[in-house]
Design a protein around this ligand. Structure first.
Ligand SMILES: *Cc1c(COP(=O)(O)O)cnc(C)c1O
Length: 400
């Protein structure tokens, strides 16, 4: 018989960090305390009433009347799988736009389902080129879906979701939109823009804990799921089954145990968003982005994405001259200032930093901390930057 010693591990006590990377973002204390409320059964009438509120709050956050608007019990990547696995069947043709990491994951999803991905490629840091999407639609009249990332977190580029959806509909295609980083942080209108299937995440601009993925399906998308020729390959993500639990009818059937406390947290974060007002939240993200930008540019750092396509909640800046080891800068920020910023990914690895201003992280004190800490570490390491000007520039923009 094997013997196992009792592990001598004590409670985990994480440091208190300031999260200014690509997510998770800072979680508001109100949301953390919601997590600690008493766990009740996931079929308890009180919980069911809370689920109805979550649905209404999500419909507001996404600006949609879609009945099928629910939080998938898993991270953003599961929301992505949920959209693809329900709408795509083997043999389908899907136009996938890629201008960063997350479009590449869409391609993976399409191909694993036995469908064909027609790729529309744009450089990392650029928005999706709408003219190229039109060309792909003209070249592929049998395409069924157009999929793209609204807010590319790997680069900080925003794409014109409204224009792409309009084009897709003109060619009788459904749209799948990754709004993991855009929801709550920048303008997003599911119904007005004609988005058919959308997925997001709890830990970016909603400032909730990671692990939940809000999704919404239009009536046309729901019809498509109901009229499939083949069963949905994933049992867990099959919306025909999930609807039995989250569906509008009063009778709820057990499908899986909902992450009860995580949903309290999502509920609280959505209440906070509704109290602030969605458009006010978009405006706050923009205002704080302008202040961070003023500080970084005063320091001499430059942005990767063209001004017109920049996401306010994800700022990619080039690493200044004289920095031999960019990872060492991030380590020092973490160790000396408890401040997390993001590294570059893929084509931008080692070339940029990604500074997030998402949700509760998007506030003045974080901007000033980030600029002060960066300036201190960079000048100490001999980088070529302007010193003594960033904070004043940011403060001036904050006062506007
Ligand atoms: C974070 C992110 C995801 C993945 O979400 P997870 O919760 O990490 O699974 C997908 N798409 C985009 C654009 C993201 O920023």
């Amino acid at each position: 018989m094997s013997t196992f010693n009792q592990p001598s591990v004590s409670s985990f006590q994480p440091s208190i960090r300031t999260l200014m990377g690509p997510g998770p973002s800072d979680v508001h204390p109100r949301i953390l305390s919601a997590l600690a409320r008493p766990t009740i059964g996931h079929l308890d009438p009180e919980f069911v009433a809370m689920m109805d509120d979550v649905k209404v709050l999500l419909q507001y956050a996404m600006q949609t009347n879609n009945q099928l608007t629910i939080p998938v019990s898993a991270p953003g990547s599961a929301g992505m799988e949920c959209c693809f696995v329900n709408l795509v069947e083997a043999g389908d043709k899907v136009i996938v736009c890629q201008n960063g990491v997350f479009g590449g994951r869409m391609k993976e999803n399409v191909e694993r389902l036995g469908a064909t991905a027609i790729m529309v490629q744009d450089d990392w840091g650029k928005a999706v080129d709408v003219a190229k999407v039109e060309q792909a639609l003209n070249d592929n009249p049998d395409a069924k879906i157009v999929a793209f990332v609204h807010a590319e977190t790997s680069t900080g580029a925003s794409s014109d979701a409204k224009a792409i959806c309009e084009l897709a509909h003109k060619h009788d295609c459904l749209t799948i939109v990754d709004a993991v980083t855009s929801l709550g942080g920048s303008e997003l209108r599911v119904d007005d823009w004609g988005i058919d299937a959308i997925y997001s995440g709890s830990q970016k601009c909603l400032s909730c804990v990671p692990g939940i993925s809000p999704v919404s399906f239009s009536e046309k998308a729901v019809e498509t799921v109901k009229n499939r020729k083949t069963p949905v390959q994933s049992w867990f993500l099959d919306l025909n089954l999930v609807m039995g639990y989250w569906g509008g009818n009063a009778k709820r059937a057990y499908h899986h145990t909902a992450p009860v406390n995580a949903l309290y947290a999502l509920h609280e974060s959505l209440v906070m968003l509704a109290n602030e007002g969605l458009e006010n939240s978009w405006a706050r993200h923009k205002h704080n982005h302008m202040a961070l930008r003023a500080g970084l540019e005063a320091m001499g750092l430059s942005f990767v994405v063209d001004e017109a396509d920049r996401l306010p909640q994800l700022n990619s800046v080039t690493i200044p001259e004289g920095v031999a080891d960019e990872a060492a800068v991030r380590s020092r920020l973490l160790n000396e200032y408890n401040l997390e910023i993001g590294a570059g990914l893929g084509a931008l690895a080692g070339k940029v930093w990604r500074i997030g201003l998402m949700g509760h992280s998007s506030r003045a004190e974080n901007i000033l901390l980030c600029l002060a800490a960066l300036e201190s570490v960079l000048s100490d390491m001999g980088a070529k930057i302007n010193t003594g000007v960033a904070l004043a520039a940011a403060q001036k923009a904050l006062n506007k």
